[in-house]
Structure formats: C-alpha cells, structure tokens
Design a protein. Structure first.
Length: 461
C-alpha cells in the first residue's frame, strides 16, 4: 500500500536530474515525498519545520532520477532465454513458437516474476507486458501477469495481445495458440473491464494490443482499434520491425506498414508501436502528425539483426519515443537501464554519428519519453511537485563511477549503476540492490523449474 499522505520522506544531499521540460538539474539537492506524491524538489537541504517526517535519507554520492519506464516487453519469454541465439526475427519466431504455444498459467506467473524482478532491481518503476500467446486451456494468463506485478509493487500496463492468423491462414504461430476474432475481442474487453484503472495514481492499466501484421487479420486490427477507443484505453502493436515485414505488407495489402496501419485506424496519440526500425521520411512524418508513439528496443533490434531505428529523426520530428527491454528471448539481460547506454551507442552507428543522441536524451527516453508513450506523462516520468513518487537513487561514488564528474554521463555511459533505493507510489521496493517485495532466490528457482518443465513438454510434443 502507498504510505499515508500525512507521512513524509526526506531525501537530501544527492545530485538530481528532474527530466522536466527544462531539464532542470541540481548538483546537490533534496526531494520531499508526501504519501505517494512528490511534494517538493530543489537545490540544497529540504525546507525546515516539515511535519510528520517518518524517514530522512542522506543520499550523498547518489543521483536521483525519475523511475525508468519500460514501454515494450514479453514477460513469458523469461523461461525461453538463450535459445535461437543466431537467428533473424523470422527464423527466431519459427524456432520458438512451437515452445511458446505450450505455456500455461503457472509458467507465465513465474516468468512474469522473473521479468519484473530483474527490471525492478535495476530501476524500473513502471513496467509493461505485451502478452499475445493464449494457448487453448492454458488458464488465466492475464490475471497471473497482473498478480505478479501487483506483488512486485511496480506500476504496470498489461497490453492484452491477440493473434487470429495461425499456420492454416498463412501466419507463423501454431493454430492451437491463436484465438478467433470474436474470442480475442471478447477476452480483451473482459480484461479491460476487470483490471483497468483510469485514475491518476493507477497501479494497473490495460491496453488493446493485437500482435503484428504477420499474426493478426485486418479485421482484428480494425475492430481492436474501435474497441480500444470505445473503452477509452490505449493501443499497442509491433510495427516496421524488419524489411520482411515491409515486403509482407506490400505483397498482401499493396502498401507499406505505416499506410496499412493508418488504413485500419492504427495511427493516433493513443497508439504506440514497438521497434519501428524501417521507417522512411513519410512514415516518420505520419507518426509525428498523429503523435503515434514508438517503443525503441535497441538491444533486441541488434540481437535479431533487425537494424538501427531512426530515433534522432523521430525525435527531431516530434514523435514520442520511449525505451523497451523487449522479450528476454531476444534480450537475455532483461534490464532497462542497460538500454540507456545501448540506445546512445547504437544510434551513433547510424547516419547522425556522434550527434545522434547524448546522455541526457538517453535518460529522457527511458523516463519522460516512456511516460509519454504510455499516456502517463502528467503523472510520472519527471521529478516535479504533484507527480507520483516514482524515483530511483543510483549509487555513483564507487569504483565504477566515482571518477566521472557528470552524474548523468556516469549513469548512461558508465557500468550499470547500483540502485540503492527505488520508490513506486511512495513505497520503497528496492534497497541496496535487493528487492524488498519478493524473494529473488525463490523467483530464480521457480523460473528455472518452469523453464525446464516447458522444455520437457515441448520435447514430448
């Protein structure tokens, strides 16, 4: 539970990167948390005479930032890490779908615990999961994922995915792992009705999220967009991830992915898409015009040899861009804070070279950018009075970082920084790099056992 609004936590003596509209920073400053809100942030010590202070933290040697916001993930893949390591996207999907099609509720719960634990202990305070594999008879998978997030104590968006184009219809997934058009829509609407919270300080929200053009019919895409707007929730899918996808859309629909998505109602400020690697100038202009968001997944794009997304051009055009871990079968580390560094480095291999991104732009992608993509920039993503108390204290006075004068540069370009404290909704969930809300060792054992069980079931099939 979030602390009482009357209770205050005072954090002092730390560098602060607020990631507000002006990129305000303090070399040594303070934060005051009142319940689940940020009450004040500024230079120097906290104001004198504060009442109901239940805790004071001397954060010397630390950088305070907004909590990291993950905008794309597939939690279930935690139990299929390390497979098909030398494949491109298509071959990787063909190799793994037969295994993924045999997941069940117990496996998905354990995988969600593993995925969430790894992100939370690395500074993620808002997570999301795009879950789209619902094998027949597999149990309440959405409920299991939401339960894991609630127990972990992170803010969470479940993108309730779906697929209705199986192998018999020319899709990639096995037929017993896809839903019918009406079944997918009905299950998605039920998930929204049961779990979506539209309030300012919501801990659980739902998005409507058919998987991709390869596994979803045009009818499901169009009707899903209508459903989401009727229910007042956001839309998410994969888009423009590979050159094969562009070829597929031209062959089947006579247009590229962006034009296809627009024809089905899938561009708008309530939409965000994962990857968007292969975007031409007109695609970027369409995203900018409609304020369609992008989840940039640099490590996964590299792991699957998909290419380098044009993030600098997107940002220059005004496209909302956040960062995503993506599924851990294509980003085995499962951590978002490493994506800050990878986003900067990989984009500098592109056309803009050293001018592509700087450290502060990378931090903004992982915080305010992600909040904007999820439609929550008014509540999270920057350290400002009135916003929700989601923040991280990064320890930067050890051997790994102490000789780097600029703390933001140390965080983004240095080694992965230890998390001394992470707060979500005013509640501390990480202390000295360890989760306070779950037993990490028990989660590790459970995920290993479920990975082995899934491997056995797949082999027997």
């Amino acid at each position: 539970m979030a602390p009482s609004a009357a209770q205050r936590v005072v954090i002092e003596n730390c560098a602060i990167a607020t990631v507000d509209a002006d990129d305000t920073e303090y070399a040594s400053g303070h934060l005051v948390l009142a319940g689940n809100r940020i009450e004040s942030v500024g230079a120097g010590k906290a104001p004198e005479g504060l009442k109901d202070v239940v805790r004071r933290i001397d954060a010397s040697g630390h950088l305070a930032t907004p909590g990291l916001v993950n905008t794309h993930h597939h939690f279930y893949q935690w139990i299929t890490r390390g497979l098909a390591t030398d494949h491109n996207l298509f071959d990787w999907l063909v190799a793994l779908y037969p295994t993924w099609a045999r997941i069940d509720e117990e496996m998905v719960y354990a995988a969600a615990q593993g995925s969430l634990a790894m992100m939370a202990r690395g500074g993620v305070t808002t997570a999301m999961d795009h879950h789209y594999v619902f094998p027949h008879g597999s149990g309440d998978l959405s409920g299991a994922i939401i339960r894991a997030a609630r127990e972990m104590g992170v803010r969470f968006t479940l993108a309730r995915g779906s697929m209705d184009r199986g192998e018999k219809d020319g899709g990639l997934p096995p037929d017993f792992a896809v839903e019918t058009l009406q079944g997918a829509l009905a299950a998605t609407e039920e998930t929204v009705a049961r779990h979506h919270d539209a309030s300012f300080d919501a801990m659980t929200q739902i998005a409507v999220a058919p998987c991709s053009p390869f596994s979803v019919s045009t009818e499901l895409l169009g009707q899903a967009a209508q459903l989401a707007r009727r229910l007042g929730v956001r839309l998410h899918t994969h888009g423009s991830e590979t050159v094969e996808e562009e070829k597929f859309c031209h062959e089947l629909f006579g247009v590229g992915p962006t034009a296809y998505f627009e024809s089905t109602g899938w561009l708008g400020e309530d939409v965000w898409m994962a990857h968007c690697v292969h975007m031409n100038d007109s695609d970027i202009a369409a995203f900018a015009r409609t304020k369609t968001g992008v989840a940039h997944c640099p490590s996964s794009n590299a792991r699957l040899a998909a290419g380098i997304a044009r993030v600098p051009d997107m940002l220059a055009a005004g496209v909302p861009v956040g960062l995503g871990v993506d599924g851990t079968a294509s980003n085995e580390s499962g951590e978002l804070h490493t994506e800050l560094r990878n986003a900067l480095l990989i984009n500098r291999l592109g056309a803009h070279r050293e001018a592509a991104l700087n450290a502060r732009q990378a931090l903004r992608l992982g915080t305010h950018g992600g909040a904007r993509v999820l439609g929550r920039a008014d509540q999270i993503g920057s350290l400002e009075p009135g916003k929700l108390a989601d923040l991280v204290l990064w320890k930067l006075d050890t051997l790994a970082h102490a000789s780097i004068a600029d703390p933001v540069t140390a965080l983004v370009l240095g080694a992965a920084a230890p998390v001394t404290a992470s707060f979500v909704d005013g509640r501390q969930i990480v202390e000295d790099g360890r989760l306070l809300t779950t037993d990490e060792d028990a989660v590790a054992r459970a995920t290993r056992a479920e990975a082995q069980r899934l491997a056995r079931i797949t082999a027997q099939s």
